[in-house]
Design a protein around this ligand. Structure first.
Ligand code: SF4
Length: 457
C-alpha cells in the first residue's frame, strides 16, 4: 500500500519508539541499587524455573567511529581492553548469581554493542563459558549476536555456533560508496556477502540486516540500489531504521555537513521506496521499521500473536525478564527497569567495589503496567481490548487522541477496544503515543531547546 505523502508528513512528528514504557526520559534516579536488587530477586524467583531468563550483554568497543552512531560505544584500536572488560562483566554476572537463590536458566542471550565481534573468538568463548558455568541452558534456547560485516570472521561465527548461537544481525546500513565515505563506515558489498555466506554455511537459521534511511548523501536511486543489493543476499529479517539526527546528544553527527542530509520530504520518499521494495519482494511489514520473510520466526511470532517488543526492537522473546550486563545495559524485570552506568570508568569502579552498577531506572505502578500492555498489544498485534477500570483515564487522555487517528483512517475503536487499520500500520508509533500517559500529562522533558525523541520518519 502506497501511503499518502501528506499523511506521512502530518504524522512525522517527534515520537518515541516505545522500546520501553515509560520511555527512558521519564526514568529517574530514585531507583537505587537496594530496591532494584529486591525487585530483581522477587521477579527472578517467580520466573526463572517457569520459563528461564534472557541475558543482554553490551560489548561497547568499536575500531572506528561511524559518524551517524547514537549507540553507547568506545572507539579504540587497542585490543588489550578486551580482557579487563570481560573480567568485569563476568564479575557483574557472578554478583547477580550470588543473589539469585537458585541456578539461573538462560533461555535467551543477545550480544550487542558497540561491536561484539571486536572481541577475538577466544575471548568471546571465554566470556560465554564463564557465563554458562553458573547456569543451566534452556533446551529451547535462542542466542543471537550483532556482527560487523568488516570484522566478523568465520572463526567468530563457528565459535558462537558451537556455543548455541543461531542468529546473527549485521549492521549493513548502506552499500553506496559515497554514503559509506561520509558516515565513515567503509564496508564493501563483498564483505557483507561473505559474512552472510559464512553464517549460512555454518548453519545459522536467521540473518538480519540493519539498514538506515535518511543518511547523508542518500538519494532515491542510491537507496533503491542498496535495498536491491541487500535483498539479493536474502536476509531473513530487515530492520529499516530512520536515521535519527540528534547532534546535541551524538557528537559524531556533527562531523558531517547537515546540508548533505536529505530534506524531510526526501527522507519520507526514501522510506516509501524501501517499504515498497521490501513488500514487493516477499517481506512482510511487521511494523515500526521491521520486515520479515514468512520463513523467519519473527514472522511466525507476528502471525501467531506472540511478538514482543523490547530494547532490541521486535523480538520473539519468550521470557518475562531480561538481565542486562555491561556498561549502559538495561534490565527489565517485567515490572521495573534498571540501567547500568553509561561511562566505562563508572561501570568499572562500581563492579570493582562489589557494587551493582545500576544508575537509574523505573518501577511500574499498576497504571503503568496496564498502559504498557496496551502499547505492547498495539505495537505487536495491531489491536487491544480495554479494561473497564481504565475507562476514566482512557476517556480523559487517550480517546481525544484516538478520535483524531480514527478520522484519518488509522484505527477503529470504541469503549471495548481498538484495531489498527492496514493504513494505520504505517503509524504505529503515533498510535501508541495515545496511551503514553506520561507524555500526555507532561510536556516532553527538554534538553536545551531540542526534543528528546526523534521524528517518526
Ligand atoms: S554504528 Fe556500530 S560499529 Fe559504528 S560506531 Fe556505532 S556501535 Fe560502533
Amino acid at each position: 500500500m502506497q501511503v499518502d505523502f501528506n499523511l506521512l508528513k502530518k504524522y512525522n512528528v517527534p515520537v518515541p519508539r516505545y522500546t520501553s514504557y515509560p520511555t527512558v526520559p521519564f526514568w529517574n534516579e530514585s531507583v537505587n541499587v537496594s530496591n532494584w536488587i529486591q525487585l530483581f530477586q522477587q521477579q527472578f524467583m517467580k520466573h526463572n524455573s517457569a520459563e528461564g531468563i534472557s541475558l543482554y550483554l553490551h560489548l561497547p568497543f568499536c575500531e572506528s567511529l561511524c559518524t551517524y552512531c547514537g549507540c553507547n560505544k568506545k572507539i579504540t584500536t587497542n585490543h588489550n581492553v578486551e580482557s579487563l572488560y570481560l573480567e568485569t562483566i563476568l564479575k557483574e554476572w557472578e554478583m547477580y548469581v550470588a543473589i539469585m537463590g537458585e541456578k539461573p536458566v538462560i533461555r535467551e542471550l543477545h550480544l550487542g554493542g558497540g561491536t561484539p565481534t571486536f572481541f577475538s573468538p577466544e575471548n568471546l568463548q571465554k566470556l560465554l563459558n564463564g557465563l554458562f558455568k553458573n547456569a543451566t541452558i534452556h533446551p529451547q534456547h535462542e542466542f543471537g549476536v550483532e556482527g560487523h560485516p568488516n570484522n566478523t570472521t568465520r572463526e567468530h561465527l563457528q565459535t558462537l555456533y558451537d556455543l548455541g548461537f543461531r542468529r546473527v544481525s549485521y549492521g549493513v546500513q548502506d552499500h553506496d560508496a559515497k554514503v559509506q565515505h561520509i558516515i565513515n563506515r567503509i564496508q564493501p558489498f563483498e564483505k557483507v556477502k561473505l559474512a552472510v555466506e559464512n553464517a549460512r554455511a555454518i548453519g545459522y537459521d536467521s540473518v538480519n540486516f540493519d539498514l538506515i534511511y535518511g543518511l547523508p548523501m542518500q538519494t532515491g536511486e542510491s537507496i533503491e540500489k542498496t535495498i536491491l543489493q541487500s535483498i539479493s543476499l536474502k536476509p531473513d529479517r530487515v530492520a529499516f531504521y530512520s536515521y535519527a539526527h540528534v547532534p546535541w546528544t551524538s557528537r559524531g553527527q556533527r562531523l558531517f555537513d547537515e546540508n548533505d542530509l536529505p530534506t524531510a520530504d526526501d527522507k519520507m520518499k526514501l522510506y516509501q521506496i524501501g517499504k515498497s521494495l521490501f513488500t514487493s519482494n516477499g517481506y512482510t511489514d511487521i511494523g515500526m521499521d521491521h520486515f520479515s520473510l514468512a520463513s523467519d520466526s519473527l514472522y511466525a511470532a507476528w502471525n501467531e500473536g506472540w511478538l514482543h517488543r523490547n530494547f532490541m526492537g521486535y523480538t520473539t522473546q519468550k521470557t518475562n525478564m531480561i538481565l542486562g550486563l555491561g556498561v549502559s545495559s538495561i534490565s527489565d524485570s517485567g515490572i521495573g527497569f534498571a540501567q547500568n552506568h553509561k561511562a566505562l570508568h563508572d561501570y568499572y569502579e562500581s563492579v570493582n567495589n562489589n557494587e551493582f552498577p545500576v544508575t537509574k531506572g523505573y518501577f511500574l505502578n499498576e497504571e503503568d503496567q496496564a498502559f504498557r500492555q496496551y502499547i505492547l498489544n498495539i505495537s505487536c498485534q495491531a489491536k487491544t481490548t480495554f479494561h473497564e477500570e481504565h475507562l476514566d483515564l482512557l476517556q480523559q487522555y487517550s480517546f481525544p487522541e484516538l478520535r483524531k487517528l480514527e478520522e484519518d483512517g488509522l484505527i477503529e475503536f470504541d469503549e471495548t477496544g481498538l484495531t489498527v487499520t492496514n493504513l494505520g500500520r504505517n503509524f504505529i508509533r503515533n498510535i501508541c503515543k495515545a496511551f503514553d500517559l506520561h507524555l500526555l500529562r507532561a510536556q516532553v522533558p527538554q534538553q536545551g531547546a531540542q526534543p528528546i525523541f526523534s521524528k517518526a520518519i
